[in-house]
Design a protein around this ligand. Structure first.
Ligand SMILES: [Zn+2]
Length: 266
């Protein structure tokens, strides 16, 4: 009898051993799954923004660089502009203003744009493509003497007021929105807003959009998905996700103050 129990015991141990070791997939299936993921460190910002002057910003993310309203000269002393040395760098595409893929201009006013500055940058940076309103394109064509050399990299895109157009240029997805500059003397100005899709974000720049309700309607309804680069109608809305942006001000002004409504020489 004792031998029988001994044999049964040995058999039991053998079965357990086979189940546990010989068929590990069974063991694994029944084992609690370790779903606990290791604690991930806070994500480093994936988007870097260099503030330039007035409403100019340089956005870098995903190996791409987009310049908005950064190529202008002194307009009036009350409007921020780059020093001559910095201006030389941006017009000749020297660091930190090199390797720019896409140049965008909100409108033709000289505190946002200078046709020669834009022309020079495109001439010195063969990868740069300009996309802007037909008014801006016409100004570059009229005032930049080597326009023929850059013409192939210039595109006009002007949707009607309150409408938008989605584009992909140089591998960068963005939207162009026609946001009215104003009435009266500004009624004829084509003012473009831009939504740049980089670094997992949708970055909004509105140029000089005025306070018309029609301007803000479509943007307010999308405010949760947008990160505001310039303040809309004088004040930034709540919830703008600035923590995930690395903001470099080369002019001791914060991005928050980007608006030509807060004038001042830097
Ligand atoms: Zn303007």
């Amino acid at each position: 009898m004792r031998r029988l129990w001994l044999v049964l015991g040995v058999l039991l141990v053998a079965v357990i051993a086979i189940v546990a070791l010989g068929r590990p997939w069974v063991w694994n299936n029944s084992a609690p799954v370790l779903t606990e993921s290791p604690v991930t460190p806070p994500q480093a910002p994936t988007v870097e923004i260099i503030y330039i002057a007035n409403e100019g910003v340089l956005i870098s993310a995903d190996g791409k660089r987009v310049l908005i309203d950064g190529l202008h000269r002194e307009y009036e002393p009350d409007y921020a502009f780059l020093s001559p040395a910095e201006r030389e760098k941006i017009e000749t595409a020297k660091p930190p203003f090199d390797k720019i893929d896409l140049v965008l201009v909100s409108h033709r006013h000289l505190d946002h744009f200078h046709p020669e500055s834009v022309g020079l940058h495109l001439q010195h940076n063969p990868r740069a493509i300009l996309v802007s309103s037909q008014q801006v394109v016409d100004e570059v064509e009229k005032n930049f003497k080597d326009y023929q050399a850059i013409k192939a990299r210039v595109t006009g895109a002007t949707p009607p007021w309150k409408e938008k157009v989605a584009m992909k240029v140089a591998g960068i997805d963005f939207e162009i929105l026609n946001l009215r500059h104003g009435t009266g003397r500004h009624a004829s100005i084509q003012n473009l807003g831009h939504i740049i899709k980089l670094g997992g974000k949708k970055l909004l720049h509105i140029g000089d959009a005025d306070t018309a309700v029609e301007n803000s309607k479509s943007l307010i309804s999308r405010k949760k998905e947008l990160t505001l680069l310039s303040c809309l109608f004088g004040s930034c809305w709540e919830g703008t996700d600035r923590q995930s942006l690395k903001i470099t001000s080369n002019q001791s002004r914060s991005l928050r103050s980007i608006s030509h409504r807060q004038k001042g020489k830097l």
